[in-house]
Design a protein around this ligand. Structure first.
Ligand code: HEC
Length: 104
């Protein structure tokens, strides 16, 4: 019984810490998305007003978004508009932007 109790306390602690970190990532990602000019093309909260030219990012998989940002940064994926936009974004920041957009 004591073991079960310890397990329950430990797992609920893990869950609450984990979701707090996740909320922090989303907030950091929102700041980055808004301050780095992404809104200008991809729209507020990543909801594009011109889907034909600029893809909507809202609701896409967080890891997909992060991988695309890193690929544009490293010129593994090439686009003259995107490549310069994401220079200097770290892997951690790419993950934060992904977390934010996935939550929209
Ligand atoms: C000048 C306009 C412009 C700005 C500013 C811009 N983007 Fe983009 N973005 C594009 C275009 C155009 C594409 C589509 C590129 C292609 O077709 O390969 C794109 C594609 C993307 C994709 C891939 C979407 C997919 O479905 O594969 C991601 C992720 C992305 N942008 C993130 C960002 C982030 C983060 C920022 C801010 C740091 C940003 N973009 C700023 C024009 C822009």
């Amino acid at each position: 019984m004591k073991t079960l109790y310890t397990f329950l306390v430990a797992s609920s602690l893990w869950v609450s810490c984990h979701s707090a970190v996740f909320a922090q990532d989303i907030a950091a990602g929102e700041t980055l998305f808004n301050s780095k000019g992404c809104i200008g093309c991809h729209g507020p909260k990543g909801q594009s007003a011109n889907e034909a030219s600029f893809p909507t990012l809202a609701g896409k998989e967080a890891s997909y978004i992060a991988d695309q940002i890193k690929a544009f940064r490293d010129y593994e994926r090439e686009n003259p508009m995107m490549n310069p936009m994401v220079q200097g974004i770290s892997d951690e920041q790419a993950a934060q932007i992904g977390a934010y957009l996935a939550a929209q």
